[in-house]
Design a protein around this ligand. Structure first.
Ligand code: SF4
Length: 485
């Protein structure tokens, strides 16, 4: 049966539509994806506060919700949340359906993004089609998204409403043809043969990616930077994913950089520019601070002066290496619901003095967080700006001077570390990546379960500690490498 969510999948990919109906067990959803969906749901629920007097349609199953919707409309309701309608088996739920003038209605789709995206228009179009078929006179369609210029604590302008009626009406005209097409796909007995490609992540990361991409190796044609779209499509159609299997006649048509990447990968040998590494290492000044932040970015701002999705650091880890080889560690983890920034900055200026390099991995992130903190707390601006000036990016070495086939075409710390320092692994850690750290922290600070909190604090400390210890280990490896020359 074609549902609204299947219709949306069909827009992304016919195979996805078919798999959802015939082989849903092949889908896999990461914990991070689930938490992102939950964030979208939370925004939708909050948006209801901006429609006073609205009534939430509740019931067991779609059929009951449809009946409840019809009943509420018959009783003269003028604003409904989750109003439910069906047409030829296709069920839709409207985030908000409100009366503009008696007998004429507006549909509002709430989105947790900070702008209107093409997929939002598609969402509204299918709702419009089904709602109109139910005899509801629609006047307008609106996307209500988060306003990037709303600053906590004034949330009166948290949402921006954009009238997209004209665009939606245009799409509605194409729906009957699409429905015929999608129903035909659903009635097929065999899985459609549809190639993988960029569409697997656009507009959404497909839940069948692990299944469809099972033959794509870790280093594949997708790691060839800026590979021409047409060439990529041709390779996908021919089922060529391994770099080893690239057609020889293709290589000379690629750019110098792309050819260098392929040759280096095929050689199986590391590529090390000792002079380049030495020159960068010579820039370092003791004491060396190996430093990392973890930050949250809540969709709904909750700290003074922050806007939707603004990064707010809640944790840092710092390993300090002095010229005599002594290594010490300090960190800060915020474990309360209040603003983490003031105590974190105080701990930060105490941990990192006025001297010495601050070694980070991919400095853009730490740099912008430090600058935002300086703007928020001008009394600490001199110290924070001094830290910005002393940042030194370890990743540059692996981007420009040190490539290894086992890095799998990546410069990420998680890929470089196990190759150069195999004894230091993330595998044993409960938290293995930054997004997970953020979601775990969010869950723990809003939990009343003390045991869960204590465990989360420990896991977060281990994770962040590992990030900075990894940089220390890589630093020692690099120093040993250039010294051995
Ligand atoms: S992973 Fe890609 S090809 Fe496979 S179903 Fe999803 S979108 Fe389609």
């Amino acid at each position: 049966m074609l549902t609204k969510s299947r219709y949306v999948k069909g827009l992304q990919c016919p195979k996805c539509l078919w798999l959802d109906a015939h082989a849903p067990e092949k889908a896999s959803v990461s914990e991070v994806q689930k938490l992102q969906w939950q964030q979208g749901t939370d925004v939708g629920v909050l948006a209801r506060d901006y429609f006073p007097g609205g009534v939430l349609v509740t019931g067991f199953g779609n059929h009951q919700c449809q009946q409840k919707t019809a009943q509420l409309l018959a009783q003269g309701a003028t604003c409904l949340f989750e109003a439910t309608f069906a047409w030829e088996g296709l069920v839709v739920k409207c985030d908000v359906l409100r009366q503009v003038v008696p007998g004429t209605w507006e549909m509002v789709e709430v989105k947790s993004s900070t702008r209107v995206k093409p997929e939002h228009l598609e969402d509204l179009a299918i709702q419009w089609y089904v709602v109109a078929k139910n005899g509801i006179a629609l006047h307008s369609a609106v996307v209500m998204h988060l306003n990037p210029y709303c600053f906590y604590p004034d949330l009166s302008n948290l949402f921006t409403q954009v009238d997209v009626t004209a665009d939606v009406q245009q799409i509605v005209q194409q729906i009957p043809e699409r429905l015929t097409q999608f129903n035909a796909i659903l009635s097929q007995t065999d899985e459609p043969d549809h190639p993988i490609g960029d569409h697997c992540d656009q507009p959404y990361t497909c839940t069948f990616k692990a299944y469809c991409w099972r033959d794509v190796p870790e280093v594949s044609i997708f790691q060839i930077a800026r590979l021409d779209k047409q060439k990529k499509l041709e390779l996908i159609h021919r089922g060529i994913f391994h770099i080893e299997h690239l057609p020889p006649e293709l290589i000379p048509t690629l750019s110098e950089r792309q050819q260098a990447f392929i040759q280096q990968y095929l050689s199986g040998e590391p590529l090390v520019n000792y002079d380049g590494i030495k020159e960068l290492l010579n820039q370092l000044r003791y004491p060396l601070h190996f430093f990392d932040f973890e930050a949250t970015n809540p969709a709904i701002p909750r700290y003074p002066g922050t806007r939707p999705y603004q990064r707010v650091p809640f944790q840092f880890s710092c390993h300090i290496l002095t010229a005599d080889g002594t290594l010490t560690h300090c960190d800060y983890l915020h474990t309360d619901r209040d603003d983490p920034r003031p105590p974190l900055v105080q701990a930060l200026v105490q941990a990192i003095g006025d001297e010495g390099s601050i070694i980070v991995y991919n400095q853009g992130y730490e740099k912008s967080v430090l600058q935002e903190l300086a703007a928020m707390m001008p009394e600490f601006a001199p110290q924070l700006n001094s830290m910005v000036a002393r940042l030194w990016d370890q990743m540059v070495i692996f981007r420009d001077h040190y490539q290894h086939p086992d890095f799998l075409g990546s410069t990420s710390l998680k890929k470089v570390l196990p190759v150069l320092v195999p004894e230091l692994s993330y595998q044993e850690l409960a938290i293995q990546q930054g997004d997970m750290a953020k979601f775990r922290w969010e869950a723990a600070i809003f939990s009343d379960d003390l045991a869960f909190q204590a465990q989360t604090w420990q896991e977060l400390r281990q994770y962040c500690h590992q990030d900075t210890l990894a940089m220390v280990a890589l630093h020692r490896h690099l120093v040993g490498l250039v010294d051995s020359q």
